[in-house]
Design a protein around this ligand. Structure first.
Ligand SMILES: NC(=O)c1ccc[n+]([C@@H]2O[C@H](COP(=O)([O-])OP(=O)(O)OC[C@H]3O[C@@H](n4cnc5c(N)ncnc54)[C@H](OP(=O)(O)O)[C@@H]3O)[C@@H](O)[C@H]2O)c1
Length: 304
C-alpha cells in the first residue's frame, strides 16, 4: 500500500522532498495551483465537470468508470468537481461515490443553484446537501443568472451560517455576458464561472479582466467547446513548438491555453474516463505558454 501524505509528513519527509515520494504522491505535489483571491486557498488549475456523462447513470456498470475517475483524481492531487442540481443524476453520483471512496476531505465540491423564488431555492439547496452527502459545500453559484439577487441573498446567509464556503455566479451563454458583467460589478462574489475556449475567446475581452480587478476566482466551463475543438483538429498532429510548453496532447493544448490566462483559477473539462483524466491533469504540469505563445496558439486555431 502506498504511504499517505500524512504518514510521510509525520515521518519528517516534507513537501520539498517530492523527489523521494512514491509516484502518485510526487505527481500530486506537482499540479500547478492558483490562489482563490478572496481567501488565499490554493486550488489545482484543472478540475472535473460532470455535465452530460454523469447525468444519466443508473447501473453499476455506468458508475464503475466514474468511481475510478474520482478515485484517481483525488489521488493525483485533483480537487475541484463541478456539478449542478439540473445535471440529472450527477450530484447523486458524485455524493455516493465520494462517500464510498471516503475522499471528501481532499476535494473541493462546487454545485449550483438554479431556480426562481426564495423557497424553491432553499428546497433545492437542501436537496443538493442530501444528494452530495456532505455537511458543507465548498462553492455554490447561481446557475445561469436565474433569479440572481434572491438566490445570492440566500447563499450569503448560508455562507454566514457555515454551510457553504464560497458563493458565485455562472453562465455559458454569450447573450448573458452583459448581465453577467453588471452582476460582477454590483455584487461581491468569491467566484465566477464562464465559458472560455481557444475558439470562444469572448470572455477575455471584459469578463476575465473584470474578475481580476474585482478579486474574483474564475472557473472555466466548456473548455473544449463540448468537444468542438477536438473535431477542429481531427487528423492533425500537434505542432512541434508545443513542446516549448510541455504539451503532449490536443487536450493539453486547449487546457494550457485557458489556465495560462492570469485571471483563471481553474478549468473544468468534462471528464468521465480515466484516460481523459490523466491526459487533462497533464495540463496542470510543466511549463505554461507565455503571452507570445498564447497568440501563436490563437493564430493556429483561427487558421484551421
Ligand atoms: N452554465 C454553467 O454553469 C455550465 C454550462 C456548461 C458546462 N458547465 C460545466 O463545464 C463542464 C465542462 O463542459 P462540458 O463537459 O459540457 O464540455 P467540455 O469540457 O468542453 O467538453 C467535454 C467533451 O470533451 C471530451 N474530452 C474530455 N477530455 C478529453 C480528452 N482528454 N481527450 C479527448 N476528448 C476529451 C469528452 O468526451 P466524451 O464525450 O468521450 O466523454 C466530452 O465530449 C461541465 O461538465 C459542467 O460542469 C457549466
Amino acid at each position: 500500500m502506498p504511504w499517505s501524505r500524512r504518514e510521510l509528513l509525520k515521518a519528517g519527509i516534507g513537501v520539498g522532498a517530492s523527489i523521494l515520494l512514491p509516484p502518485t504522491l510526487a505527481r500530486a505535489d506537482s499540479l500547478i495551483q492558483r490562489k482563490i483571491p478572496s481567501s488565499g486557498e490554493s486550488l489545482p488549475v484543472i478540475g472535473i465537470g460532470t455535465a452530460r456523462r454523469y447525468e444519466a447513470v443508473t447501473t453499476e456498470a455506468e458508475r464503475a468508470p466514474l468511481r475510478e475517475v474520482l478515485r484517481q483524481f483525488a489521488e493525483m492531487g485533483g480537487k475541484v468537481i463541478d456539478t449542478a442540481p439540473s445535471y440529472g443524476t450527477a450530484e447523486t453520483v458524485v455524493g455516493d461515490l465520494v462517500a464510498e471512496l471516503k475522499n471528501r476531505e481532499s476535494l473541493f465540491i462546487a454545485t449550483k443553484l438554479g431556480t426562481h423564488g426564495r423557497d424553491a431555492g432553499i428546497e433545492q439547496l437542501e436537496q443538493s446537501f442530501k444528494r452530495l452527502r456532505t455537511a458543507k459545500i465548498d462553492l455554490i453559484a447561481v446557475h445561469n443568472l436565474q433569479d440572481t439577487r434572491t438566490q445570492l441573498g440566500t447563499l450569503r446567509q448560508w455562507k454566514q451560517a457555515g454551510r457553504i464556503r464560497y458563493v458565485g455566479i455562472t453562465t455559458s451563454f454569450e447573450r448573458q455576458h452583459p448581465e453577467f458583467e453588471q452582476t460582477m460589478r454590483a455584487e461581491a462574489l468569491d467566484f465566477i464561472q464562464v465559458d472560455y475556449a481557444l475558439d470562444n475567446r469572448k470572455a477575455d475581452q471584459r469578463i476575465l479582466p473584470l474578475a481580476a480587478d474585482r478579486g474574483m476566482g474564475v472557473m472555466i466551463n466548456l473548455p473544449f467547446g463540448r468537444g468542438r475543438l477536438f473535431t477542429a483538429v481531427q487528423g492533425k498532429s500537434l505542432p512541434p513548438w508545443t513542446s516549448e510548453f510541455d504539451c503532449s496532447s490536443w487536450a493539453q493544448f486547449f487546457l494550457k491555453y485557458i489556465v495560462s490566462h492570469p485571471a483563471v483559477t481553474c478549468a473544468l473539462p468534462g471528464t468521465a474516463k480515466v484516460e481523459y483524466l490523466v491526459d487533462n491533469l497533464g495540463a496542470a504540469r510543466g511549463r505554461l505558454p507565455d503571452a507570445a505563445m498564447r497568440r501563436r496558439m490563437e493564430s493556429f486555431i483561427d487558421g484551421l
